[in-house]
Design a protein around this ligand. Structure first.
Ligand SMILES: Nc1ncnc2c1ncn2[C@@H]1O[C@H](COP(=O)(O)OP(=O)(O)OP(=O)(O)O)[C@@H](O)[C@H]1O
Length: 328
């Protein structure tokens, strides 16, 4: 039987834990990332995101728990060879030129010389550094360095790429370009694990997200599900007689009702999912109501983030039986 690619996880963790001395910073993390997903890993400072990424890359040893990356252990060099990583704070060999830097990283990744020669100009072009490979990294701007780091992460055609704050040094155009690169990777079936504080960016590029706080996953799933749980719609009608109110109530609670100066009435209704919107429109129109507007009111990812992790982020109260809160 052929297993559909999308169902094959590229990352699975079970009860993953990491302590530094007496301080447990990853506390029973359960994650599942499917093949081809662009997965946003979100959490406040000190939530344990970088520690988790380092464990997934085999750079930090878990204290306990299980993890599988690309079906194996990240300690296995054959698995590592299929991973790409852009760390948040890359220590660049700034005395090298861009070409030398990428050649060096290609060699570290075990690529053959002919492959490196062919690949280096391709990845430079992909990250918007075409023609700049002959310049020393010490003369690169912050944004160019970040692009060079991204180029090195993509050099060995990884199946799974970890990007830790990939756009933090980039201007708006650079951010759009990185978003396009991530979308291209998705198109090629490459899975992307994205650590980012930029929630608007995550919202635009990720199809799955996990919210983490104090080393535990608070919620994870498809972005549309995570965002759609609280979907509200604003309905503007000519009038709202009892029959219309009953139709609305059959979809969800009426959260507010307000007469408008123009003589119409607006109501907000809570829905279970976006898929109910067309049916709601049809039922209202079939009932003879004059429908002026039907507007889904999506919560911003930021609202969900704040609701889940608490306004104060890391300092929010720990879940039950949690040890002392982690500090960045
Ligand atoms: N090598 C280490 N030794 C001791 N404590 C550490 C070490 N690395 C991380 N920590 C602590 O573990 C906690 C989690 O850190 P981590 O860097 O994983 O969080 P993060 O979610 O990536 O935060 P940020 O968004 O600020 O990068 C923090 O309290 C940090 O101080």
């Amino acid at each position: 039987m052929t297993v559909p690619l999308a169902s094959t996880p590229v990352i699975v963790t079970h009860d993953l834990r990491k302590s530094y001395g007496p301080k447990e910073v990853v506390r029973g993390l359960n994650l599942r990332v499917g093949r081809g997903e662009v997965f946003g890993f979100l959490g406040p400072n000190g939530a344990g995101k970088s520690t988790t990424v380092k464990m997934l890359l085999g750079l930090v040893r878990p204290t306990s728990g299980q993890l599988q990356v690309l079906g194996g252990s990240p300690d296995n060099p054959a698995v590592r060879a299929r991973l790409g990583f852009l760390p948040e704070q890359f220590r660049f060999q700034t005395w090298m030129t861009g070409d030398e830097f990428l050649t060096f990283h290609g060699q570290l990744a075990g690529l053959r010389s002919a492959e490196i020669r062919a690949r280096v100009p391709q990845v430079l072009e992909r990250v918007g550094l075409a023609g700049r490979g002959g310049e020393r990294l010490e003369g690169y701007s912050k944004g160019m360095l970040q692009r060079a780091g991204l180029a090195s992460a993509l050099l060995a055609r990884p199946e799974l790429v970890f990007l830790d704050e990939p756009t933090s040094a980039l201007d708006p155009i650079g951010r759009i370009e990185v978003r396009r690169i991530i979308e291209d990777l998705r198109g090629e079936g490459v899975s992307v694990f994205l650590n980012s504080h930029l929630l608007a960016e995550v919202e635009q590029v990720c199809d799955h997200v996990a919210f983490v706080r104090q080393g535990q996953v608070l919620r994870q799933g498809r972005l549309s599900e995570v965002m759609g749980g609280d979907l509200r719609v604003r309905v503007e009608l000519d009038t709202a007689p009892p029959a219309t109110l009953n139709i609305l109530r059959s979809f969800g609670p009426i959260l507010s009702q307000q007469a408008q100066p123009a003589g119409t009435v607006t109501l907000e209704v809570g829905l279970n999912s976006e898929s109910q919107v067309p049916e709601l429109a049809r039922r209202l129109l079939d009932s003879g109501a004059q429908l002026y507007a039907l507007t889904p009111l999506r919560p911003e990812l930021e609202d969900i983030f704040l609701e889940l992790v608490g306004q104060s982020g890391e300092a929010a109260p720990a879940p039950t039986n949690a040890p002392e809160a982690a500090h960045a």
